[in-house]
Design a protein around this ligand. Sequence first.
Ligand SMILES: [Zn+2]
Length: 154
Amino acid sequence: MLVIYLLAILVWALIWGFATRAVIYNKGYSDNWFWWGFFFGFIAFIVALSKGDNHYNETSEKPSIIRDTAFDKQILADGGWKCSCGRINYHYVSTCACGKSKTDVVAPVKTSSLSQEKQTVSDIEAVKKYKELLDAGIITQEEFDIKKKQLLKL
Ligand SMILES: [Zn+2]
């Protein structure tokens, strides 16, 4: 009778051991909780159930709440960049984990229309200078034409 009783306890303990271990593995932990379940049974099982999910979803296209922290802000402050997928990358990372490259995501800083206008004006001035050089016979018509095309982007 005692043997049956002990066997029942053993089976009971094994069930809780395997159940607790399964819960822990399913939550993404690599620890083996079998013996916790084996010795503490129901209590260990409840503790295992109450533990947070340890999975980090690599394929998730949306950033998790956990990742939107002051730490990410610090990365951005240090010259990091935010990908369109939501990941925060260090400044030295050229390609995001999702496959997009930094240059595809982060648009180059656009020069203002004012500075573009200034650039055009200085280009015209330069062409005038080259025209003077041409008239003075210092450069040839061909050289002048090349420079004019370059500067005025014709
Ligand atoms: Zn990305």
